[in-house]
Design a protein around this ligand. Structure first.
Ligand code: PBG
Length: 323
């Protein structure tokens, strides 16, 4: 045998020498849930180890992450039902929980990268990502709301705006809105290929944001489709996106790879709540090795081509020195 691939696996030093993919702190983005009030820190039942923080505690959590070298955060608000309406007006109210949180984090940690979620669902009394009329999700009318929301985030200090709603044309609309207001330096990380997935369940528990009727299949993609992701990614690139995201990650590694092979832009992937919950539940039962399973998942997402990974594992990976 001229080729014996096992020679390159014979020692730890050689195995590391030929390792093709690495995960580093710089690749990780930590999603954080925010609630109103003071001194709040409540665990999400379906996401062990993940909490909803009031702003005071959010700042302490960001600080402890920063000290670990974890410097990018994606914020998500849990909004009290009293503040929800059909048009998600709370999403751009100056004194809203979310805008206060962005300002507080950027004030105390100017060097942190704050990514903000642009979508109506946490603020919508219908629990949908768009304006609902007679059971239909309106596209173009929703863009106006998204534009207001994105502008409010930019004014509050957001570094990257991440539209997660899957309305057509929203990246171009948001880019123009930001540019017209002088925010040419605010980036857009688009949820380009976001699938209508069962893996968002725990997230909707965390935010109390499940749709009040129906599902999200008229805007989120069919899990059976791969090529359609290219249509979405190409449009977002043409409309001015800085990052193209695939979501979920683990069940869509082929989509990450496909988009990576078809763009020069950095690709991001969202290792979503249900993917996190699966590992936690199995680990709590002693059914798999948590460290190894977590690192294998994150490495596979990098291997598929994602530069940035949004993951609830981000902090524990650094805290436990799993890298
Ligand atoms: C909604 C949004 C969702 C997630 C991020 N933004 C869920 C949904 O579409 O219902 C899911 C994240 C996760 O499951 O971790 N705009």
């Amino acid at each position: 045998m001229l080729q014996r691939p096992r020679r390159n696996r014979k020692s730890e030093v050689i195995r590391q020498m030929v390792q093709e993919t690495h995960v580093s702190a710089a690749n990780l983005i930590f999603p954080l849930f925010i609630v109103d009030g003071e001194n709040q820190k409540t665990e999400v039942a379906s996401m062990p180890g993940i909490f909803r923080y009031s702003i005071d505690n959010l700042l302490r959590e960001v600080e402890s992450c920063m000290n670990l070298g974890l410097k990018s955060f994606d914020l998500f608000p849990n909004i009290n039902d009293d503040f929800k309406d059909k048009y998600a007006t709370e999403s751009y109210r100056e004194e809203s929980l979310y805008l206060r949180a962005i300002r507080a984090v950027k004030k105390e940690f100017p060097e942190a990268c704050v990514i903000t979620d642009v979508a109506m669902d946490p603020y919508s009394s219908d629990g949908h990502d768009g304006i609902v009329e007679n059971g239909e999700i309106l596209n173009d009318e929703t863009l106006e709301v998204l534009g207001k929301m994105a502008l409010a985030h930019a004014r509050s200090g957001a570094d990257i705006i991440a539209p997660s709603d899957m309305m057509d044309g929203r990246v171009g609309y948001i880019r123009k809105t930001l540019d017209d207001a002088g925010f040419t330096n605010v980036s857009i990380m688009s949820y380009s290929a976001k699938y209508a997935s069962a893996f968002y369940g725990p997230f909707r528990d965390a935010l109390n944001s499940a749709p009040k009727f129906g599902d999200k299949k008229t805007y989120q993609m069919n899990p059976a489709n791969q090529r359609e992701a290219l249509i979405e990614a190409n449009l977002d690139e043409l409309e001015g996106a800085d990052f193209l995201m695939v979501k979920p990650a683990l069940a869509y590694l082929d989509v990450i790879k496909l988009i990576k092979d078809n763009t020069e832009l950095p690709v991001a992937a969202y290792n979503v709540s249900g993917e996190y919950a699966m590992i936690k539940a199995a680990a709590q039962n002693g059914w798999l090795n948590e460290q190894r399973a977590t690192m294998e998942v994150l490495t596979s997402i990098r291997r598929a081509g994602a530069t940035a990974i949004l993951t609830y594992h981000a902090k524990e990976v650094l805290l436990n020195k799993w890298l």
